[in-house]
Design a protein around this ligand. Structure first.
Ligand code: FAD
Length: 287
């Protein structure tokens, strides 16, 4: 399909890009890796008067360690670059990245684009929720930091204002008492998660589970934190029965999606299975 006509502008500086989206009033869209935006335009499911290409903004690329130990991931860092960076030491990220699309998607798709696009089945969104990441957004009005929990507000919608650009995603520093993992049931053709579970578990000195962050994707209208699973895991032992009982709460309070790939009942059942597997894998990483 041929998209409707649009203007194209390549930004030379971040300020240029911010000014363009501020002046555009929602009719100007940022072009990052184009992996979601271009198909949407071609299928005419979306439109834009102008695309502002941020692909050459070097300051949005790369992964760096902040002085306090946190990891800052530039918005224009591709999935492939992320896999080669120190972010690969987060088990949950290392597990999820190879499951995303194919080589082409991973070479072009960016972290900022994935977060801003807010696909209800985004793998990275679940990882960032489980890791308690922060999203840094900039506009001509200034900069703000948004906790990822609450950032995803619905299918393809976020807490970003139309004039805001994501500059980076920050992950908390690694902890010796934390293990993490991602487990997903993929739609075989696209690689999209029909169910994806991202888990970070925190373990006490006696080996019991002190707490956990559990996030699911592909299951509800947007990626979400499964609070009931987290509550059931806190203080729990590591027996198979306890983990399965906690994972059974994976869809509590969620309007589970049903589609041609997986009906509502099947997805609900698989959410519990893959949540349990991710918890087990996260614990196994702690030995
Ligand atoms: C064949 C195929 C298979 C895929 N499989 C998977 C999969 O298995 N799992 C998965 O999670 N995803 C999958 N995807 C989706 C892919 O991961 C995302 O499309 C991609 O990461 C989006 O990043 P991008 O850089 O390409 O964004 P773009 O397509 O360039 O932009 C997407 C949206 O985000 C906005 N945007 C981009 N960057 C910023 C920014 N810095 N600040 C604010 N707004 C911004 C754009 O304006 C646009 O609205 C697949 C895509 C394809 C084409």
């Amino acid at each position: 399909m041929i998209p409707a006509a649009f203007d194209y502008q390549r930004s030379a500086t971040l300020d240029d890009a911010l000014k363009a989206i501020a002046d555009g009033g929602g009719t100007v869209k940022l072009l990052a890796g184009g992996q979601s935006l271009l198909p949407l335009l071609k299928l005419r499911l979306g439109s834009a008067d102008r695309l502002v290409d941020i692909g050459r903004l070097g300051e949005l690329k790369g992964v760096r360690r902040l002085p306090d130990g946190r990891l800052a991931i530039g918005a224009m860092t591709t999935y492939s670059e992320l896999a080669a960076s120190s972010a690969r030491h987060y088990g949950v990220v290392a597990d999820a990245l190879p499951t995303i699309g194919d080589v082409q998607v991973r070479n072009r798709g960016t972290v900022g684009g994935a977060v801003a696009h807010a696909d209800p089945a985004s793998d990275l969104a679940a990882c960032f929720l489980a890791l308690d990441a922060e999203i840094v957004a900039r506009s001509v009005r200034g900069e703000r930091t948004i906790p990822v929990d609450g950032f995803f507000t619905g299918p393809f919608s976020t807490a970003l204002a139309t004039d805001e650009l994501i500059t980076e995603v920050r992950l908390p520093g690694p902890r010796d008492d934390a293990g993490s993992a991602y487990a997903s049931l993929e739609q075989p053709a696209s690689g999209y998660a029909m169910v994806g579970a991202a888990v970070v578990v925190f373990v006490a000195g006696d080996g019991s589970i002190e707490g956990a962050n559990v996030a699911l994707t592909g299951v509800g209208p947007h990626p979400y934190r499964a609070r009931a699973v987290e509550a059931a895991l806190a203080g729990s032992d590591r027996s198979a029965a306890s983990l399965a009982a906690a994972a059974a709460h994976a869809t509590d309070g969620i309007d589970v999606v049903g589609d041609i790939h997986a009906g509502r009942e099947y997805r609900t059942a698989m959410a519990a299975v893959y949540t349990r597997r991710a918890i087990e894998a996260a614990l196994a990483r702690l030995g």
